[in-house]
Unconditional design. Sequence first.
Length: 123
Amino acid sequence: MQVDVYLKNIRKTRLLGEAIEKDLQKIQRRVNMFKDSSNIRFELKLERLGHQTEYTASANLIMPRKKLHVTETAENKVECVNNLTKALIKQLGKFKGQVERHLSRNKKSVARATVEKMKEASA
């Protein structure tokens, strides 16, 4: 998985770096369900606009046939990144469910076709 992290108007601190690294590991574990995770790209952008106290984080998880996008806003930069990760993990879970349902339908139709062929062959 390729990772790009952009910080705008923010200095990277040890605490922020650890929070980003921990959250990246959570995302990486969930992305490993795909056969080829080398084609997956994760982009994180964390910014503070002007002199405002709010931080905005946005993330894109770009997979071969799907792109997930999440945006979060919070008063604290670490909290902002954590909320963003939770939202992205939720979207990944939904996408995983869709993929599993799609694959299970294909398996059922293949199984039915095989049973019908066996019945025809025995008749």
